[in-house]
Design a protein around this ligand. Structure first.
Ligand SMILES: C[S@@+](CC[C@H](N)C(=O)[O-])C[C@H]1O[C@@H](n2cnc3c(N)ncnc32)[C@H](O)[C@@H]1O
Length: 289
């Protein structure tokens, strides 16, 4: 039975209670700079990186050497220009906090209808992957979300293979026997999950959309059952719900009582009637602080 710990408060303070090197994954979507002023606020884009970096240092401290930190954040447009603070954040997380910047994932989703001047509808969000150590050393289940291979792809594994390139890309020579036996193709770094699946945002209980399918891809690919996942900006608790369903332990931190209470209800299966929480009725493993 996974252990679920829900903590109400400021993540910078509350993460101090989590021991060094004890967490397998941090998966989070922090408030974007002042995009939700009316609901949960946010920091001005000019101050955003200075606000986030101490949180980034705490994340690095609690992460295991085999762990991964994923952050979903997309720069908004301001007076027709796309803001650059997210790129500053990524560079400074690498340079000042000392993370390795491993990958950028592209989450493609349905776009909001509408006509924009000089640009098309926004139908993707990035997810940035950081680690403490080389990605050769992290927990990684490459076919946990694999897709069945096509016959022609299996046939291709019988052709003569090239060896591993020496350019540091991490590409290895193919273990063709293994691939043939599994008959599963590795996913790419482009993940398509429509955002309508977050029933908690549809009901306007929490304004941020975050589909369970997106979280599931990363949790299954970068942790094992029994591992511990932290979301320092828990909101309505989507990351934790996925952890509970996939037998990972979860620690969620949320600043605002109104969202903390939504997450609590969601975990305990109380008050909100939806299909996805029916199976989460066993409450013994849930601790709220
Ligand atoms: C983008 S939302 C996350 C939504 C979440 N993924 C979900 O499943 O609902 C960001 C959340 O971070 C919370 N937050 C903002 N500042 C915080 C802080 N310093 N510590 C903890 N939570 C914070 C906000 O109240 C908001 O609920």
């Amino acid at each position: 039975m996974p252990k679920i710990e829900l903590i109400q408060g400021d993540c910078l303070e509350k993460m101090k209670d989590i021991p060094d090197g004890s967490v397998d994954m941090i998966f989070t979507s922090p408030p974007y700079a002042e995009r939700r002023k009316a609901t949960y606020g946010g920091t001005n884009e000019n101050k955003y990186v200075d606000w986030f970096l101490p949180i980034g240092s705490e994340i690095k401290r609690i992460l295991k050497p085999t762990g991964s930190f994923f952050i979903n954040i997309k720069p908004h447009t301001n007076k027709g220009e796309r803001s650059l603070y997210v790129y500053d954040l990524i560079c400074r997380l690498k340079r000042e906090t000392g993370f390795m910047f491993v990958e950028e994932y592209c989450w493609t989703k349905n776009a909001f209808p509408g006509i924009l001047k000089g640009r098309f509808k926004n139908a993707f969000e990035p997810i940035f992957h950081f680690t403490k150590n080389s990605p050769n050393e992290i927990t990684f289940n490459p076919v946990a979300c694999g897709t069945p291979m096509k016959e022609e792809s299996i046939a291709r594994t019988y052709r003569k293979q090239c060896g591993a390139p020496k350019n540091g890309s991490g590409m290895t020579g193919m273990n063709t026997t293994n691939i043939r036996n599994l008959k599963l193709a590795r996913p790419s770094n482009v993940i398509n999950v429509n955002n309508v699946s977050n029933q908690f945002s549809d009901k306007q209980l929490h304004p941020a959309t975050f589909p369970e399918g997106l979280v599931e891809f990363f949790v299954k690919s970068f942790t094992q059952e029994g591992d511990t996942v932290v979301d320092p900006f828990m909101g309505s608790g989507t990351v934790g719900i996925v952890c509970k369903k996939t037998y990972r332990n979860f620690i969620g931190i949320e600043l605002l009582p109104k969202y903390f209470q939504i997450a609590e209800k969601r975990f305990r299966g109380k008050g909100i009637k939806t299909g996805s929480i029916k199976e989460l009725k066993d409450n013994e493993c849930i601790k709220s602080i």
